[in-house]
Design a binder for this molecule. Sequence first.
Ligand SMILES: [Fe+2]
Ligand SMILES: [Fe+2]
Length: 273
Amino acid sequence: MDERITKSKIMGMADLPEPSVMLMNLIPMFSEENLDMGKLVSEISRDQALVARILKLVNSSYYHLKRKVDSVRAAVSLLGLMTIRQTVYSAVCYDYFPTEERESWSHAYTCSLLVSDLMRNNYVPQNGCLQLTALMHDIGKIVLRRKAPKKYRSVTFKCGREGVPPHLAEREVFGCDHADAGSWLLEAWNMREEIVLPTACHHLESFPEKCRVETSVLSVADWIDNAARGMARPLLSEESLSAAGLSGLNLDVLVASQRELIASVEAEQSGQA
Ligand SMILES: [Fe+2]
Ligand SMILES: [Fe+2]
């Protein structure tokens, strides 16, 4: 089917996920060279459910804090920008993953934690949008599942029975994959190109010239997280590793430490359930 027809059918859905006002306000704020922390705290404090979720994330064992943090102001003054951006974006994006999408959420969240770690350890360049892109990169799966739940079950079946990667099974069934659907959605939300383009291209074999680094970091993080979850994927190309600045790193070590991260995040979540 013509891609334009597929796109207009999917984007014409009645119950497409909507961009939240909070998310749209946070993106420019986090992109400012000198983030106004006071402005950030008052923006977040307008939403008490969000405040509760941020505090829950900040106090999780992942951050190893010595004492309990009980306000957003304290969290902001105690944690660095990287961690604050990570927890705030995670708390906002969580609502896009309903209960039946817990598995997709877990993957999105631990991918985003991995991207933060790669930036924190200076393995990949610092980038204000990457953590958000990692959280939203597979949102297209939710769109496709919502569009045609039965059809999506046949995608899941194909992946399980034949070991076909989801994006290939989706293309067979829907005529597009979740990377397309996700990027169309984010484009409709007027998201920046450095979020839309890596989302669109994270399963391609070669990356676009524009946003090449962002796309390769995202696809490497996606690959590592999937490998840690036991999902077989084609081997990473040298191009993607070198564009992400990760050529010299031992992937086995990264996969093993991601496996530990996933186990600790999931143990924490099941303890809170
Ligand atoms: Fe994906
Ligand atoms: Fe993914």
